[in-house]
Design a protein. Structure first.
Length: 181
């Protein structure tokens, strides 16, 4: 019995638009940290045209919410979470798309932040009337940032993808299919 072989292989490589600007946008967290810093320091960044250049000008618009020691301490604490390494993690979801790990993380982060600020209320020169607002403001940045970890979507969004399809048929004379994929 003589065999005839037929084979077909198809390979498709797909790369999403990935350049250094996209990677910088997704991985560099300086801008998020800067937003928290501006809020806590009572400043506002404005853009002005100076000649042919656009420059950033930092203006004091209100009393700082914390002293310099508190600002540095809070930002350092937050940088332990808002950073390129953490965003590479994964919060798995159940079959409904709900991530208990994400919700637990946000709950405990909020509680820990509240404890940290309350313990240091006097050391950081935080007014009690600012306490809840500070937590809410920081959580409004941390929660969306950490949501990028749900179902590993962050890494999937910029990783190279490889899709490979292979079809192979082997037939013998007489029409008997030995292998079919």
């Amino acid at each position: 019995m003589k065999e005839m072989h037929q084979g077909q292989a198809t390979s498709v490589i797909s790369q999403p638009m990935m350049d250094s600007n996209l990677a910088d946008l997704r991985l560099k967290t300086n801008e998020l940290i800067k937003q928290i810093e501006i809020y806590l320091s009572g400043e506002k960044i404005e853009h002005m045209i100076k000649g042919k250049e656009i420059v950033q000008v930092v203006n004091k618009i209100t009393k700082p919410k914390v002293n310099h020691y508190g600002l540095s301490s809070i930002l350092n604490w937050i940088c332990l979470v808002i950073n390129p390494q953490v965003v590479q993690g994964n919060f798995p979801t159940d079959n409904t798309g709900y991530s208990k790990e994400f919700e637990n993380f946000c709950y405990y982060f909020r509680m820990d932040l509240g404890d940290y600020l309350m313990i240091n209320l006097n050391n950081f020169n935080i007014e009690e009337s600012e306490y809840n607002g500070m937590i809410d403001c920081i959580m409004n940045i941390v929660r969306p940032f950490m949501s990028r970890l749900i179902d590993n979507k962050e890494r999937e969004s910029y990783s190279k993808t490889l899709e490979s399809k292979e079809t192979s048929n082997t037939m013998s004379k007489g029409g008997l299919n030995l292998i079919r994929r």
